[in-house]
Every structure is written in structure tokens, then in C-alpha cells.
Design a protein around this ligand. Structure first.
Ligand code: HDD
Length: 678
């Protein structure tokens, strides 16, 4: 939009460019009279406002986006001819949108849910959209079932709740009758579904894709995104509380990290499977409910993505961005995965209704950065003024600049031989629904296994229909009998009540894959994490300085919290400005916390429920807590039993002492002393 300057001043105008004299008052018949229909300025403004919202995405409606770039480490020409993967100097612009799946656009950021991880690469050969999730497998094997699984998880249609939650009868009704979903259920009930930050999620292309070389050699690939600062989750009780304390927790975290220059980064990698190797795997590569353990086929890292710019406008970019798995570039191809094949249709179709017609590719966030030209014309929201009389080819009267086919460099589908009857049938090679569910569950550390059991018990306790719970217990028996027993106990049910499920293929004990565990891979870092320091009147200035320096050294963000937003005066008389008042910043918002209370302030803090809860929650959420000697009374009031994750800040170098402990992350060994499964 152009700024309208009259006399050197910027002016408000109507959409027709008419300068507006008064933006405060509508046109009335007398100062106290009714509004006049004649007021075209009011009508234009209100009409535009009335149409501000567009249909939200049926899934993944809640999303947060960012701009950035991708750069390869080296040429991947030996496996793909994709232009953006040929040269380590080539930088490709990207736009990423992270999302939850079930909730509406205004829902909270931290329900238990899968996270979408969609990347648009604006390559010189056209846009490549990698539309993945933070979980490497999916609930269903065939696109035919997608509307069913989505209707089951969305709020129930008669009552309009629950919003953004799978803990209700219709979801578990569907799941309990869909054995193919069991592997994904293990992931969805794991800590992966309550991430600490979008900056810390892994991403997966889920399906098997193809990489094709310039010579036409095709190999199968699975795409992986790995955050360079490691993956982490919150604990469930924290997720519940964060949803109230900051419904925008993930969106804000992503925005603030980019604003402070702490740019989120991921490595992009692929597992490469030679065509002949596919038959050696103990499952079908076309089945999207299966993964290939890294221990069997390691990931080859191709390059790094950095998100370094926040959107200028949430609606124009994050809301209007349109990803389609069918947006592909030469050197990359599809497999016959029946879920992927269905997606190739669905996304284009959804953009037509969401973005109002076939020209959504002209919206700036969607437009290729390379030139694009064809003979498609007109349509709703056409922004181009196409010139000339020819909108077809071949033509002998079109100008030399008219677009022509490009046999040398154009996209070619890999010529895979296909034969077969027309048939509606699931391949027998897709029938083992339990072995990889077991593999995932058994590859977790003990705390992670406990969390899966707790999540199942929580969710199933919200299902009032006993038969659904009994059927789920039957599935759990096939995944792991100990898990079945633990969940049954937590529900106050007996395993004898379980519905006996006949597995189409008896589950097998596959070799475990420790790389699936987040805790086992915890990088033990404070980088990208956030510390909260509670300060009071008279806080010891030198301890505070030592802590700030130590956190900065570790590249951790720090926020100060005081009983009042006006800040405090430290022991040396300096005024300390703070980011939050105590009531607005519960400890769930921080990865690690410190209480720097002074002698004169501690009495008031101990009497303040918000302060006691601050400490009690941080302890319950297994965080490392630092405290000044004067704050001991608050630790006691919160019922904290000192352990190696509670650090008394006394002696020389309190900053170093504290970060050494805080870097080790949550104290999982504290958990069994605080919480039972269920
Ligand atoms: Fe999908 C959106 C990821 C299966 C149909 N999907 C959507 C988004 C992500 C995924 C990340 C949000 C994109 C954005 O931020 O705008 N979807 C997946 C993954 C799947 C998957 C990883 C399985 C491996 N999806 C899937 C199937 C279908 C769809 C089987 C339909 C047959 N998905 C859609 C959709 C959405 C969508 C209805 C809603 C909004 C949109 O496309 O643009 O077309």
C-alpha cells in the first residue's frame, strides 16, 4: 500500500484513495441523531472489517510462522539433482509454519497434540513444500480415513467441546477400532506431544519420498529435521498450567527468540534407502505408520535451516501461507504411499476454498521467488495484468518471450513401472500394527515410559464409555503387558476387563532404538532455554550480577520477576527493572528458576501464595532451583525437600555453581517421589 502524503504528511484514505478528514465520528442526522446510510466511509470500513476472517484450516488452524533460509553443507548431487541441494554456497529462502492439529486458530499452544512442521523452500526451480509433523509416523494408512480421524479428534459436533484435546470419547472410540493407529498413539501420548518450544521439536516428512539424480537414478528417502539445541518437553502438569498462564507460550517463545537474535536452527537430513534395500526392511516403506530406526539406516545431514526473521504480518503471511505436498522440484519425487497420494489432492483443494480461488499462488508469501509463467488466466483475485492476445500454446503469433515447455530442465516424473488391478484393498504388508508401537515404547527411558502410561490414563479417564477403555486395554496388551497393567491400575480397572484383540500379525520384538528417546539425547545445555530470577527489595546485587553473567555465557535468556512490576532496589542501591510481576509470571514459564530474596523481603514472600506456588511448582516440575540463604524459608514453606537440583547460592562464584547444575536439566529422579502414574 502506498503512503498518501498531502503537504508532506501521511494521510488516512479510503480504499479508493480519498483522504479521510474524520476517523472518529460517523455521519449522523444531527449530533445526537441516527446514522446516515450515505456514510460510504463508515460502510467501507465496517464492510472490510466484517470480512477480515477467512475460513480457518480444518486441521492445523493454530500456527506460528517465521522466515529464514536453508544452506546445504555440501553438494548432494550423488543422490538428487534438486537445485537447492547442489552447492554449499547456495542460500534458499524458506517460510516455516508450525502448528497444532486439533484446535482452532485461537486455541492454546500447549494441548497434548501433534505439531505440524511445514517448510516452504523458495528454490530457483519453484517452491518445494515439505509438509511434515514432529512425529515420524501417522494415525492412518490411507487418505480415505483422514476425515474420520479428524472428525473423531475435533470437538464433538453436538456440544462443541472439548477444544484442542484428544481426551474425549469420540477420539478414543475411533482409535480403539483402528489398530493401525497404535504406533502413532504411543508417540502422541509421549512427551513429544507437549514440546517445551517449537524451537526444540524434531520434524519428519513422514512418508517415503524419492531422490532422483541427474542421471535418473532413484532412491527412497525419509526426511528429518533436527533442532541444533536439542529436543525437550514440558511435564504434563506444567502444560496444563502454561495453557492458562500464557496461551501463546510457543508463539511468543519463537517470536522472542528471533527478536533477541537467538535464531532457531535445524539440520535437514535424509535416510537413504536404495531401491533394492526396501525389501530387506521388516515393514513396507509405503506404510506411513512405520519408521526406520536410525540404528538401521543412519541420517545423512544435508544442510542447515535458520529462522532469522519474524513475519511482518501474521495474517498476510502465517495465515495465508498455503503448503501443498504436491509442490515439488526436479530431483525429488513421490512414493506410492496411499496417504501421500491422497494428500497430493487434498491441499490444493483446501487452498481453493480457504484462500478464495485459484490465484492463491500470487499472495506474496506463496509466490515463487523464481520467475513463473504459463497460460492460466483470470479467476477470482487475479493480481496480474497479463498482456497480449495469446493465452495458449502452440502459437505462431505469440511473442518470442512467451513461455514454452522446458524438456531439458523441466520436472519429470520418475518412470516407475506400475501394473495391477483396480482394487480397494489394504496391502498385507501393512498389517503389522503393534511391533513398532512396542519398539517405540520399549525404546523410551523409564520416566518417558511413565509419562506415556500417565497420558493414556489421563486421556482414557476422560472417556466415560467403559467399553472404549476396555478395548484400549486390549490393544495395550499387544504393545506391552506391563504398560497395559500400569494403565489399568491407574484407571482403577483390571486387565481382566480388557477386550481381547486378535492382531492380524502377531507383534514381534524388534531391536530397540535408543535414538527415539528425547531424554537419552538431552544435550544438557542452557542454550536457548529461559531462566527466571525472582528478585525482591534488597536483593544481593553481586549474586544477581554473577548469575546474569553465567546465564549469558551459556546463551540462556533471563527474565526478572519481582513482587511488583515497578521493580526493586538492590542491596547496593541500584534500581532493578523487571520483566514481570510475580502474579503474571508463574515458574512454569521458565526452564530453571532462582529466588534471590533478601532478609527484609522474605517474610512477605512466605505469606504470598503466588511466591510459594512459584517454588512448589518449579520443584514439582523437576526444575533446578537456586536460592539465596535468605530464601530458605520460602523453600521450606513450599515443602521442598533439598536434593542435588536445589542449589544454595552461597560462597564464591554462585553463577558458575548454579549453571553447572541447571545445565543438567530436569531432575527425573525426583519425579517418583512426587507423583504417581495416572
Ligand atoms: Fe495434512 C494441513 C501435515 C495428512 C489434509 N497437514 C497440514 C499442515 C501440516 C500437515 C503440517 C499445516 C500446513 C500449514 O501450516 O498450513 N498432514 C500432515 C502430515 C500428514 C498429513 C505430516 C501425514 C503424514 N493431511 C493429511 C491427509 C490429508 C491432509 C491424509 C487429507 C487427505 N492437511 C490436510 C488439509 C490441510 C492440512 C485439510 C489443512 C490446511 C491445509 O491443508 O492447508 O488439506
Amino acid at each position: 500500500m502506498h503512503q498518501v502524503a498531502v503537504d508532506g504528511e501521511p494521510h488516512l484514505t479510503t480504499n479508493q484513495g480519498l483522504p479521510i478528514a474524520d476517523n472518529q465520528n460517523s455521519l449522523k442526522a444531527g449530533v445526537r441523531g441516527p446514522l446516515l446510510l450515505e456514510d460510504f466511509i463508515l460502510r467501507e470500513k465496517i464492510t472490510h472489517f466484517d470480512h477480515e476472517r477467512i475460513p480457518e484450516r480444518i486441521v492445523h488452524a493454530r500456527g506460528s510462522g517465521a522466515h529464514g533460509y536453508f544452506q546445504p553443507y555440501e553438494s548432494a548431487a550423488d543422490i538428487t539433482s534438486a537445485g537447492f541441494l547442489q552447492d554449499p554456497k547456495k542460500i534458499t529462502e524458506v517460510f516455516v509454519r508450525f502448528s497444532t492439529v486439533a484446535g482452532g486458530a485461537g486455541s492454546v499452544d500447549l494441548p497434548r497434540d501433534v505439531r505440524g512442521f511445514a517448510v516452504k523452500f523458495y528454490t530457483e526451480e519453484g517452491n518445494f513444500d515439505l509438509v511434515g509433523n514432529n512425529i515420524p509416523v501417522f494415525f492412518i494408512q490411507d487418505a480415505m480415513k483422514f476425515p474420520d480421524v479428524v472428525h473423531a479428534v475435533k470437538m464433538e459436533p453436538d456440544r462443541g467441546f472439548p477444544q484442542a484435546a484428544s481426551a474425549h470419547a469420540t477420539f478414543w472410540d475411533f482409535i480403539s477400532l483402528t489398530p493401525e493407529s497404535m504406533h502413532m498413539i504411543m508417540w502422541a501420548m509421549s512427551d513429544r506431544a507437549i514440546p517445551r518450544s517449537l524451537r526444540m521439536i524434531e520434524g519428519f516428512g513422514v512418508h517415503t519420498f524419492r531422490f532422483i539424480t541427474a542421471k535418473g537414478v532413484s532412491r527412497f528417502v525419509k526426511f528429518h529435521w533436527r533442532p541444533t539445541i536439542g529436543s525437550a518437553a514440558v511435564v504434563w502438569d506444567e502444560a496444563v498450567k502454561i495453557s492458562g498462564a500464557d496461551p501463546d507460550f510457543h508463539r511468543r517463545d519463537l517470536w522472542e527468540a528471533i527478536e533477541r537474535g537467538d535464531f532457531p536452527e535445524w539440520e535437514l537430513g535424509v535416510q537413504v534407502i536404495e531401491e533394492g534395500q526396501a525389501a530387506d526392511l521388516d515393514f513396507d516403506l509405503l506404510d506411513p505408520t512405520k519408521l526406520i530406526p536410525e540404528e538401521i539406516i543412519p541420517i545423512r545431514m544435508l544442510g542447515k535451516m535458520v529462522l532469522n526473521r519474524n513475519p511482518d504480518n501474521h495474517f498476510a503471511e502465517t495465515e495465508q501461507v498455503a503448503y501443498c505436498p504436491s509442490h515439488i522440484v526436479p530431483g525429488i519425487g513421490f512414493s506410492d504411499d496411499p496417504l501421500l497420494q491422497g494428500r497430493l489432492f487434498s491441499y490444493l483443494d483446501t487452498q481453493l476454498s480457504r484462500l478464495g480461488g485459484p490465484n492463491f499462488h500470487q499472495i506474496p508469501v506463496n509466490a515463487p521467488r523464481c520467475p513463473f509463467a504459463n497460460n492460466q488466466r483470470d479467476g477470482l483475485r487475479q493480481m496480474h495484468v497479463h498482456k497480449g492476445r495469446v493465452a495458449y500454446e502452440p502459437s505462431q503469433i505469440s511473442p518470442p518471450s512467451a513461455p514454452r515447455e522446458c524438456p531439458m530442465h523441466g520436472f519429470r516424473t520418475h518412470p516407475e513401472a506400475e501394473t495391477g488391478e483396480k482394487i480397494r484393498k489394504r496391502s498385507d504388508t501393512f498389517a503389522d500394527h503393534y511391533s513398532q508401537a512396542r519398539l517405540f515404547y520399549r525404546s523410551m527411558t523409564v520416566p518417558e515410559q511413565n509419562h506415556i502410561a500417565s497420558a493414556l490414563a489421563f486421556e482414557l479417564a476422560k472417556v466415560e464409555i467403559v467399553g472404549i477403555r476396555q478395548r484400549m486395554l486390549g490393544h495395550l496388551a499387544l504393545i506391552d503387558p506391563v504398560l497395559q497393567q500400569t494403565v489399568a491400575d491407574a484407571l482403577g480397572m483390571s486387565v481382566k476387563e480388557s477386550v481381547k484383540i486378535q492382531a492380524a500379525v502377531a507383534p514381534r520384538d524388534l531391536a530397540l532404538s535408543p535414538s527415539l528417546s528425547m531424554i537419552a539425547k538431552d544435550p544438557q545445555t542452557l542454550k536457548g532455554r529461559k531462566a527466571g530470577i525472582l528478585v525482591t527489595e534488597g536483593t544481593d546485587a553481586s549474586t544477581l550480577q554473577a548469575l546474569l553473567a553465567a546465564f549469558s555465557n551459556e546463551k540462556a535468556a533471563v527474565e526478572l520477576i519481582a513482587p511488583k512490576i515497578g521493580g526493586v532496589t538492590a542491596s547496593n542501591g541500584s534500581a532493578i527493572a523487571v520483566h514481570h510481576s510475580l502474579s503474571g509470571a508463574p515458574s512454569v514459564l521458565f526452564d530453571t528458576v532462582v529466588i534471590l530474596a533478601s532478609e527484609k523481603a522474605i517474610g512477605d514472600l512466605v505469606r504470598e501464595a503466588a511466591a510459594v506456588n512459584w517454588v512448589r511448582d518449579a520443584f514439582g516440575h523437576l526444575k533446578v532451583i537456586g536460592y539465596s540463604p535468605e530464601a530458605t524459608a520460602l523453600m521450606e514453606a513450599a515443602g521442598v525437600e533439598p536434593d542435588d537440583g536445589t542449589v544454595l547460592l552461597a560462597g564464591a562464584n554462585p553463577g558458575k555453581t548454579f549453571v553447572r547444575s541447571a545445565k543438567q536439566g530436569r531432575r527425573w529422579d525426583r519425579e517418583p517421589t512426587l507423583r504417581s502414574i495416572g
